[in-house]
Design a protein around this ligand. Sequence first.
Ligand code: MOS
Length: 734
Amino acid sequence: MTSYIGTPTSRVDGRDKVTGAAKYAGEFVAPDLAFASVVSSTIAKGRIASIDVSEAMKVGGVIAVLTHKNRPPMADNDKAYKDDVAPEKGSPFRPLYDNKIMFNGQPIALVVAEDSETARFVSSLIRVDYEEEPHVTDLYRKRDDALALEEPAKPRGDAAKAFAAAAVRHEGEYYVPIEHHNPMEPYASTVTWDGDGKLTVYDKTQGVQNVQRYVCSIFDLKPENVRVMSPFVGGAFGSGLRPQYQVVLAVLAALALKRSVRVVLTRQQMYSLGYRPAMIQRIELGATANGTLNAITHDAVTVTAQYEEFHRHETTWSGLLYKSANAKYTHKLARLDLPTSCDMRGPSATTGVYALESAMDELAVALKLDPLEFRLRCYSDRDQNTGLPYSSKNLRECYRQGAEAFGWDKRSPEPRSMCDGSELVGWGMATGIWEALQVPITVRIVLTANGHAQVSCATSDIGTGTYTIITQVAADMLGLPLESIDIKLGDSTLPQSPVEGGSWIAASVSNGIVTTCEAVREDLLRLAKRMPDSPLANATLEDVVLSDGKIASKQNRVRAVSIADAMRHGGVDRIEQEKSTAFKNDGSHAHNTHSAIFAEVKVDEQLGVIRVTRIVSAVAAGRILNAKTAHSQVMGGVVWGIGVALHEETLIDHHFGRIMNANIAEYHVPVNADVHDIQVIFVDELDDIVNPLGVKGLGEIGIVGVPAAIANAIYHATGKRVRDLPITLDKLQR
Ligand code: MOS
């Protein structure tokens, strides 16, 4: 029964969002609300020798200045629970923990005042003396002195030997700078002091229960006394996966002052938290003269902090994606005097696949092969790292439909051979891949006799459309109209959910709804059977569906009982079920989503101006739950891919170890003028192995492959290969 699943349904929370009825973390109020402003370190490494708050305390309206010296007690760094997304090694950064400075922009004091303007002004009056130590923030200074990691994918064959023996070779080094998430909503937390030691924490987060566990552990609070809420999130992209320092500061201040406190970071301060790690990637590819890929080596050096070892697996996509008898990977981690890097949309794939797909393009050029044809020659129906078949993989159809929609067959292979007036035209392509992950989740459904259902789960909607797909799936499974479904999420008191991330929530929560709805259907069937002359007297659970407000026989829809009648006869006015769904992975299949990206650029060589005039993204991601929000999700990923290719770069003045462009005037992201024609195609992909609904998730796949497709198109337009992102006009001119 799928009257809603798959249809292009507008966001159920859309009206609330555009009218301002949807409230975000920094907008909640309390009668005694105090406002806090963060004071940030101006050195990158060393110690605070002294902090003088005397001037600050003279200003009217100032309530307190909290520092490491006068803060409430906090658990020892190595004793507290880390957080669900923390790296295995190291301990998370804690604001105001002690006098140590570990990065420039580190929060070192919190000014609390009766209004936010006073707090902000007074934070400029705090005098700090430091004992400075030398720092390093430049990845290139640490690349040879980086920590070697073990990669999950085992090498196969002898890649070095195969590379040396290959008829056609390519080797290249690709650089990706530090990038920041820049969501519209700032990091913010409003903590209301509810009395009796109870707190409500409105936080900008991708996982309320993760924040709850973290805060309780640091401040030794009881879970029943800390309720974390995040009903709406104004974009996060990974920046809200881990509890960030503003929530710790807000709780700390509320505990110190026994009153409600709000902390909102400034746009500039939002650069003093996690980021996509800068990385240097070296790739070697070797092939036979007829284009059989035979050797892949992918080495990466990525960035982390001094106090935590964060990394993902940039290199393993290379071994997984294409047939090659020989493959080898190494990954090193450079510790810099910066905050810990973190997940950012398509973590490891956006960047790792950029390097691989650029190198594949370069090898195709060396082979004098069409880049799409080359990829088809090493197409693999199995995950090459594990040898497992895919639960589904319709990448071939992505290539076909994408190429057709783009008009790829009209491409003239020579660089600089296509133009439009004074502009050079370039066509490039790349493959995208992501994981189809799913995580244990619990969903509660309360069905009332008036035909209304409430579905609740502690997951978030980080802007992806989770409210809407939950509504669609529940409406179909319960046989009710969309309007009769009410959703509760983003509240730590609701049934268990992990953070929303990794593209796993759509698959997890939708199948979780199926599980709980089955229990509701079972209850209804039991009630229906008890009715006198029940038309369902002999029916089993498998025989019946919920449809049009009735429980009905699948074989003969006339044999039906209305939900209202069944409940009335049974003397119940509500049915409540709460079920957990765990996704068994028997290890027999690989689960991935795929895409084919085709990009057109137009380059004005005299000015160095690059315009991305067309992108076609053909995506195979299992069942699409909502054609409209899915389209938006992929389009957003493509836009970000333009940013990665052409605009985004966090620039550090290594002398001070300080970010120079910590604002959205100088940190460039694509704007409307940068975005032209984007076509998104969803390729049919039935998958009855991955999960009952066949959903594979869409959060990340939209961005992966886009940067390489654009870089490859720029090469095709100009004959210039730029291997360090972003491809700014100065690089094209050199
Ligand atoms: Mo995503 S980078 O797991 O929010």
